[in-house]
Design a protein around this ligand. Structure first.
Ligand code: XCC
Length: 652
């Protein structure tokens, strides 16, 4: 690290005290992190606004950001073509990432259903039946394996088919589906849509930004309603559908006197096998012989979110804490699979003598030991990681520094659990939710999801946004790294109801639920799509998702997966606001299409705002607009968040 660099105070980089403490330590130890690099690596202004095309060797062509229609690329591509093509590639990549995850889970499910894989099993038969019925598969008087075989066939077509409509089309509210049909954006198969979108971005291909945007929407919808939905549904069937569970989060979940193992990434089957390995009596005996009191398994990012809501396994932190946690010196092994794995982890792990492993052939890191997970024999990989962790514990040399921060939070609010929580076992329904929205106790529902990004103060935007929303009686649903940000701020407990407005507070206290409902990992945004569809089906709140008083936000997004998620929420009918930055030049026709035009076509629209309070205001104004259109707007006013409020909220 260069000596002459003046670093920002770590307290200004993150709202997470544990991460700030460890960033300090890393700095003292001369270890560089993404927070340091983000300060000194300013974003390329042309790239940030997508004003550059490097799709062919006649370029790269740089257009004028200040006067975007002044010139075109060498081929004549306009700024709208350039921006929409770049945006398309982000959506294609995000969709491919989630769909590849979905396909991997699908293949595991198929091998379990056909008896080829006996390492995993169908744990949730009720969920299998429900998914089958949603696909219009006959379930009565049929064996589990017969139903599973039909589910396999249907869902495989979701990835492979090149025409027709996606398998989960039956789940989409009729009017929403009608709009998609009119616009010709109902996804066929995920692979077809990604391939089609990528080929249209080739030089000399689709140069009508409006036409390209239809394929962008179609591809993004394939992410939400195929790739991600298959991943969620089949993970529930294989590993169990989560229900509300109290878990601990934050760095103090590491235990100095235990062998600590962290799993980071996305695909749940690595972590599921790790659970078995760490409970193996032989390893527990080895750990004790090495002087440990036991083996402590923790999750991070989305792998952690899958496990925390299914098994109550503690969570050490979100994406931007993955380097910092290694600086505790207490991590005896870190295993990673796919997505959001920073290359720098290998260097930080080496500095703190933590054995670091990649496990998935799609995601290897130069110089890092690879122990591949074979789903047919997963213990081979996870046992090897445990052995290495015990060995490292026995030979620990680095100083251990575990921050004293630990929080309890309740997670596992799947749409099934919300149904049960509101209506009970025999009359599970969304009716109470809709009724409370109609009578105004709950103003609307906001999905606050997604990443953390070192270009903004970690966790802070999520937390302030959510405090402002619940104060205004907006119920918040959550996925991804956002959930851990809010859990650390104490917002994911029923006690947080005191921070909610009077209507939402009353509902939360009556039901015993937090005002912020954690629904799972990023692929589990599909649970929000299903919940929205249920709200429409239950009645009283319009006929399509676009009619609902709901809004979405990814206030600290960083990944292309987030862009794909944002676009599928917009195409499904939801007003979706991004923070940090937006990769389009304001005032261009493509920008206008995303921010206004799509809504006129019956879909949702994009929004952009960095400030959490103004972001909350945008979302609440949208919710109020929808309430007005539904005729349920009586006696509601937005509580403005002024400076006094901001100070009070910040102190809570
Ligand atoms: Fe990655 Fe899923 Fe974003 Fe977190 S929220 S930084 S994508 S881990 Ni998915």
């Amino acid at each position: 690290m260069k000596e002459d660099r003046r670093h920002m105070d770590t307290k200004d980089l993150t709202a997470c005290d544990a991460t700030a403490q460890l960033l300090e330590r890393a700095r003292k130890d001369g270890v560089e992190t993404a927070f340091d690099r983000a300060q000194f690596m300013k974003p390329c202004p042309i790239g940030e606004k997508s004003a550059c095309c490097k799709h062919c060797a006649m370029g790269p062509c740089r257009l004028n950001m200040k006067n975007p229609y002044e010139k075109t690329g060498v081929c004549g591509a306009t700024i709208d073509t350039v921006q929409s093509r770049n945006f398309a590639r982000m959506v294609a990549c995000g969709t491919a990432a989630h769909s590849s995850h979905g396909m991997n889970i699908f293949h595991l499910f198929k091998s379990v259903a056909t008896g080829k894989n006996t390492e995993y099993a169908i744990k949730d038969v009720q969920k299998l039946t429900e998914v089958a019925e949603s696909l219009h598969i006959q379930t009565q008087d049929r064996s589990v394996s017969d139903i599973a075989a039909d589910v396999c066939q249907e869902l495989e077509s979701g990835f492979l088919q090149v025409d027709g409509e996606m398998p989960f089309a039956h789940r989409v509210p009729e009017k929403t589906l009608e709009t998609w049909r009119k616009l010709d954006i109902v996804p066929r198969g995920a692979m077809k849509e990604v391939m089609e979108l990528i080929q249209r971005t080739h030089a000399g291909m689709d140069q009508d930004y409006q036409n390209l945007t239809r394929q962008i929407s179609r591809t993004a919808l394939a992410d939400g309603w195929i790739g991600s939905m298959v991943a969620t549904e089949l993970s529930d069937i294989l590993f169990g559908t989560p229900s509300a569970i109290a878990t601990e989060v934050n760095m103090e979940c590491l235990k100095e006197d235990h062998v600590n193992i962290i799993i980071h990434g996305h695909e749940p089957y690595l972590m599921e096998s790790m659970v078995e390995s760490v409970h193996d009596p032989a390893f527990l005996a080895d750990a004790k012989a090495a002087g440990a009191r036991g083996i402590n398994l923790l999750g991070m990012c989305c792998s952690g979110l899958e496990m925390l809501s299914r098994h109550g396994i503690p969570h050490a932190g979100n994406f931007m804490s993955t380097e910092a946690v290694l600086a505790t010196g207490a991590v005896d092994a870190m295993g990673v699979d796919v997505q959001c794995i920073m290359q720098s982890l290998s260097n930080v792990a080496e500095c703190y003598e933590t054995p670091f492993f990649t496990t998935n052939a799609s995601c290897r890191i130069e110089g890092v030991e690879h122990i591949e997970l074979d789903e047919a024999k997963p213990r081979k990989c996870t046992d090897a990681v445990v052995k290495r962790a015990i060995h490292r514990f026995k030979n620990r040399k680095v100083r251990i520094e575990i921050p004293s921060q630990r929080n309890t939070a309740v997670f596992g609010f799947t749409h099934e659990y919300i149904n049960y929580m509101l209506g009970g076992t025999f009359r599970g329904a969304y009716t109470p939710l809709n009724e409370n929205i109609i009578n105004g106790h709950i103003r609307g529902v906001a999905g606050v999801v997604g990443c953390v990004n070192p270009r903004v103060k970690q966790d802070w935007v999520h937390v302030e946004l959510v405090k402002a929303l619940i104060k205004n009686d907006v119920l918040v649903v959550q996925t991804g790294c956002s959930q851990i940000a809010l859990a650390k701020a104490g917002l994911c407990t029923p006690e947080a109801a005191v921070l909610a407005g009077p209507g939402l507070r009353e509902v939360c206290e009556a039901v015993g639920m937090p005002p912020v409902l954690g629904m799972g990992a990023c692929v589990d945004n599909s649970r929000i799509l299903i919940a929205c569809s249920e709200m429409v089906r239950t009645g009283g709140l319009g006929n399509s998702i676009a009619d609902l008083p709901v809004a979405g936000a990814a206030p600290e997004w960083y990944s292309e997966k987030a862009v794909a998620i944002g676009q599928y929420f917009v195409a499904s009918g939801v007003f979706t606001v991004f923070g940090v930055t937006f990769p389009i030049i304001e005032g261009t026709r493509f920008h206008d299409l995303l921010f206004n035009g799509l809504e006129k076509q019956g879909l949702g629209r994009w929004g952009f705002e960095k400030d959490p309070y103004r972001m909350a205001a945008l979302m609440i104004d949208h919710i109020d607009k929808k309430r007005k259109a539904l005729g349920i707007d009586k006696a509601r006013e937005r509580v403005y968040i002024d400076m006094v409020d901001r100070r009070a909220l910040a102190g809570q």
